[in-house]
Design a protein around this ligand. Structure first.
Ligand code: COA
Length: 191
């Protein structure tokens, strides 16, 4: 309970939905972030583990992604945030909502030069708080490739429970990949 409260205190959500954590600022993704996003999304070591980044990364891909994210946010379908550390955009983190707005799916990708500092875990925790505290979701799920232990570890550190395995598309590979499925209910967040 004390841990949950401490985590909540470190995450603040202000209009227009900028989230601040101890070290990071999460800004709703806009077209202005596209260039920074391209710097790491175009890299194979990033794209290979994601469910939505193609490789090679076509020109204009980040612009289109940013435009779609703005539309998605306006329609209430989900939120994508650019993760800032010291003025730099070091990653993206997102939550996509089910049509009934009760469930969310968490995703993220970070620049290789920012790996290993706990940033993904910090951002994932903030999005889980945002999902339950602001969006009032019942449950949040996430998927990480079996061959991506760093991401599985992020989800576990963020408080999610492994619930099984599932084949999911990996566009950068051009085929489906075995993923581990993780889940957290809003009641577990309060535990
Ligand atoms: C996965 C990713 C988000 C992790 O980002 P990060 O900021 O380095 O993550 P964190 O530092 O918060 O935590 C990483 C954890 O994984 C652990 N880890 C790293 N490589 C590992 C490996 N090969 N095997 C096991 N654990 C590993 C780290 O030690 C750390 O755990 P610890 O704090 O207990 O030591 C980042 O590598 C990334 O963006 N990869 C490319 C895209 C991607 O995989 N997206 C996720 C799609 S589901």
């Amino acid at each position: 309970m004390i841990a949950a409260k401490a985590q909540e205190a470190s995450t603040r959500v202000d209009a227009p939905r900028v989230i601040t954590t101890e070290r990071l600022v999460l800004e709703p993704l806009e077209l202005t972030h596209a260039r920074s996003l391209t710097r790491f999304a175009r890299l194979w070591e990033v794209a290979r583990f994601t469910a939505n980044i193609p490789h090679p990364y076509p020109p204009g891909c980040a612009d289109n992604f940013a435009k779609q994210s703005v539309e998605q946010r306006r329609s209430g379908g989900g939120w994508v945030f650019a993760v800032h550390y010291d003025e730099d955009v070091i990653g993206v983190v997102d939550i996509t909502l089910s049509p009934d707005r009760r469930n969310g799916e968490l995703g993220y990708a970070f620049a290789p030069w920012a790996w290993g500092h706990g940033f993904a875990t910090e951002a994932a925790r903030a999005l889980i708080n945002f999902g339950f505290g602001t969006l009032r979701l019942d449950v949040i799920e996430a998927f990480a490739m079996v061959e991506n232990p760093a991401s599985c570890r992020v989800l576990a550190k963020a408080g999610m429970r492994r619930i099984g395995e599932q084949m999911l598309p990996a566009p950068a590979r051009g085929n489906d990949i075995l993923c581990e499925a993780y889940r957290i209910f809003w009641t577990e967040r309060l535990a």
